[in-house]
Design a protein around this ligand. Structure first.
Ligand SMILES: [Ca+2]
Ligand SMILES: [Ca+2]
Ligand SMILES: [Ca+2]
Length: 720
């Protein structure tokens, strides 16, 4: 059993394609193998790998605008923050095994052995002496070994303290080839404790019917090996979701009596009247569009005075975005401008009961308003003031001087925040949290939150989706993901950049999107990523499609305050290309995200112009076309699970066109994409009769070729 399990995991590791260009990253692997633990691969960015434009890209909220320097702190006293990127399939873990002994072993060097080898990490408080708690390894055969009692699912980070015979003591890690790396920059070894598999006896490894899972009456193909299937019984599979981000203040005003602005702030960055009642009133619209889950902006009571922009930004902002929470010491308080707790509960209950929709909202955990009651009562729970811009964007700095930054190394602060998050989840029956700025908080917060959620909601598929604004280093994004101990997934920024470049901007070879998708699929094992083309931190997608922004252009201040530069697009092409981008998002696995308004090509430059009030009427014909196209694609995705679980295989790789099939045991669909202005022939489709699910038209394929109209997509299903 034990051997089977190890082989399974090693096979999975071997199957995961590399996902980084070695010339851009220090693609360092460290691993550790023993009887109980599973190999964990670590890849650490060791340089600021951001290549886009972040200059001045601070926008009054903190949703992903901070990329800064992702280099971890690598001094021995503050070991680097390097979580595992490898999610292990949940095979056999009895719930009653809360602790188990974990064996640590490293080679005895020859011809002269180390004088001593000590083990220390986050489970010893990074003690540097035996008196303080470091653990001595003993020699046994050719190995230094020790068994340590640890908790199941505990996320370990550690190093070895080694005294060399001819030198001093060093912090060392074990390389994958069992040599030592004692450079100060060597990333921590990371592992997750897995208790219990050795006690499973003869219990077979679940096969989930060789890749098929039950979904109600239906058997659903998981699109791959057994491990792709969930083996724990949760109440929902987030791969089934189509997520829509509602910016509450900017969606619909359902209650004018609560409208009020913040003094001294221009309209673009002020409250504009949208509220929770307004979201509820528009649930029928969202249901009609085919949305099955909504993400709403942070609902917490926010700072009531203006805040200045960051760095050279001279604008003032209100808390209309929700990212300036102003909590009391206890209790759940909703921002009165969007409603109250009863309104929030009513919205969630209605979404659940009348529309079968899941509801996720932002949980803001990095900081609070400096005028909050919580901060005034517990200012010792926060890091001393240190400006993020000038200090390299670590976990311990303040985004601005009015947003104190939690110090989650302090247990009391961590407990308060995790308890608060769980209280919101429990009281309101929310289905998940979107976690902004996740790399700016101590990871102990995240692991404690996951642990608390697992305890509180053992049956519930509580979706934790994080944001790490990073377009290249998918392994860094994945390093925060582990459905058992950390996030379920993150927003797929690398995919977003490539879709923008190839589909919206029509640069590079369209067929190369296949390699992009393969690369990213291999980079996120076990994750349920959220895929997207637009969000509230990026210029509106329609203006990427009409050439006003680049594929990684976040705009900056100069383009966030000039709405006149970004009028509603009238020409058809940009809408058609945005429709093509959605054709990709809605026919591949992931949780596709629609940023409010993108379904009609809502206009707007950079932040805050990308947060204009939603429009529900008076659409031009191209806006109506895009809306109807996304609605059609949503319906096709919901009706055809092969698009959510199936295996994607590319078959046509043209300069302007790309074709792939989605296959499962019960169905194969052919997705054909053409970004050119004119029709293009795609080849490689088996001859026969088909229906195009988008247009509803029938066609007969001969010679393997299908002509796809300019800037259009087809989804072909063989005729019955
Ligand atoms: Ca209102
Ligand atoms: Ca307020
Ligand atoms: Ca922080």
């Amino acid at each position: 059993m034990k051997l089977d399990r190890l082989l399974l995991v090693l096979a999975l590791l071997a199957a995961a394609p590399a996902c980084l260009d070695s010339d851009q990253y220090d693609d360092r692997d460290t691993s550790h193998t023993d009887d109980v633990l599973v190999d964990t691969k670590t890849d650490t960015p060791t340089q600021n790998d951001w290549t886009g434009d972040f200059a001045g890209d601070w926008t009054g909220d903190f949703a992903g605008d901070f990329t800064g320097d992702t280099t971890p702190d690598v001094t021995p006293d503050t070991p680097p923050d390097v979580p595992p990127d490898q999610v292990e399939p949940d095979v056999c873990v009895p719930a009653d095994l809360a602790e188990c002994e974990v064996t640590f072993n490293v080679p005895v060097t020859s011809p002269t052995a180390q004088e001593y080898v000590w083990l220390t990490g986050n489970f010893t408080g990074w003690a540097t002496t035996l008196e303080a708690g470091a653990i001595a390894l003993g020699q046994e055969g050719g190995e230094w070994m020790v068994d340590v009692l640890l908790s199941d699912a505990q996320a370990l980070e550690y190093k070895y303290l080694i005294k060399w015979p001819d030198g001093g003591q060093q912090w060392c890690v074990l390389n994958i080839d069992r040599s030592f790396d004692c450079a100060p920059s060597a990333p921590n070894l990371v592992q997750t404790v897995e208790c219990g598999q050795t006690d499973c006896g003869d219990q077979p490894v679940p096969t989930c019917d060789d890749g098929v899972k039950n979904q109600g009456e239906e058997k659903i193909d998981c699109g791959g090996p057994c491990e792709a299937c969930p083996t724990t019984e949760k109440d929902y599979d987030w791969r089934d979701a189509i997520l829509y981000f509602v910016f509450v203040d900017r969606f619909f005003d359902g209650d004018p009596s609560n409208n009020s602005t913040v003094a001294g702030v221009d309209t673009a960055a002020n409250y504009q009247g949208g509220d929770l009642k307004g979201v509820k009133a528009k649930l029928p619209y969202l249901a009609d569009l085919g949305v099955t889950a909504i993400w709403i902006t942070a609902p917490y009571d926010n700072r009531d005075v203006k805040g200045h922009g960051m760095g050279s930004d001279s604008h003032d902002y209100s808390g209309f975005h929700g990212y300036w929470p102003s909590p009391k010491e206890a209790g759940l308080t909703v921002e009165p401008r969007i409603g109250d707790a009863a309104d929030l509960k009513d919205l969630i209950d209605t979404a659940h009961e009348q529309y079968g929709m899941k509801v996720v909202f932002d949980y803001v955990m990095n900081h609070v308003d400096n005028e909050s009651a919580l901060y005034k009562a517990h200012n010792d729970w926060f890091h001393p003031y240190k400006d993020c811009q000038s200090s390299g964007w670590g976990v311990d700095c303040w985004f601005t001087d009015y947003l104190p930054d939690f110090d989650f190394d302090k247990q009391a602060a961590r407990d308060w925040s995790v308890n608060d998050a769980v209280a919101w989840a429990k009281e309101l029956k929310v289905d998940g949290f979107r976690l902004d700025a996740i790399k700016h908080v101590e990871q102990s917060w995240l692991t404690q939150l996951r642990s608390a959620l697992n305890a509180e909601f053992p049956e519930k598929a509580f979706y934790l989706v994080g944001e790490t604004f990073e377009y290249q280093n998918c392994q860094y994004i994945q390093s925060f993901v582990n459905p058992n101990t950390k996030l379920d997934g993150q927003f797929d920024f690398p995919l977003r950049a490539r879709l923008a470049k190839k589909v919206l901007l029509r640069q590079e070879k369209m067929g190369d999107l296949n390699g992009d998708l393969d690369w990213l699929q291999g980079c996120y094992p076990g994750a349920v990523m959220s895929t997207f083309i637009g969000n509230h931190d990026l210029p509106r997608a329609i203006h990427v499609a009409d050439g006003k922004f680049g594929d990684q252009d976040s705009g900056g201040w100069s383009k966030g305050w000039v709405p006149g530069d970004y009028p509603t697009v009238t020409s058809a092409g940009p809408y058609r290309r945005l429709g093509l981008a959605y054709a990709v998002l809605l026919t591949i696995p992931g949780v596709p995200l629609v940023y409010y308004g993108d379904e009609i090509g809502l206009a707007g430059g950079a932040d805050p112009d990308n947060r204009r009030m939603m429009t529900f009427s008076g659409l031009n014909p191209n806006q109506q076309w895009l809306h109807d196209r996304i609605k059609k694609l949503n319906a096709i995705r919901t009706e055809h699970p092969v698009l959510r679980y199936g295996q994607r295989t590319g078959f046509h790789f043209g300069w302007d066109s790309y074709g792939y099939k989605m296959t499962a045991s019960y169905e194969t669909l052919y997705v054909l994409l053409n970004r050119a202005d004119n029709a293009d022939n795609l080849s490689g489709i088996p001859d026969g009769a088909y229906t195009d699910l988008i247009s509803g038209g029938n066609l007969t394929v001969t010679g393997g070729k299908v002509s796809v109209p300019g800037q259009d997509a087809m989804i072909l299903k063989a005729a019955e």
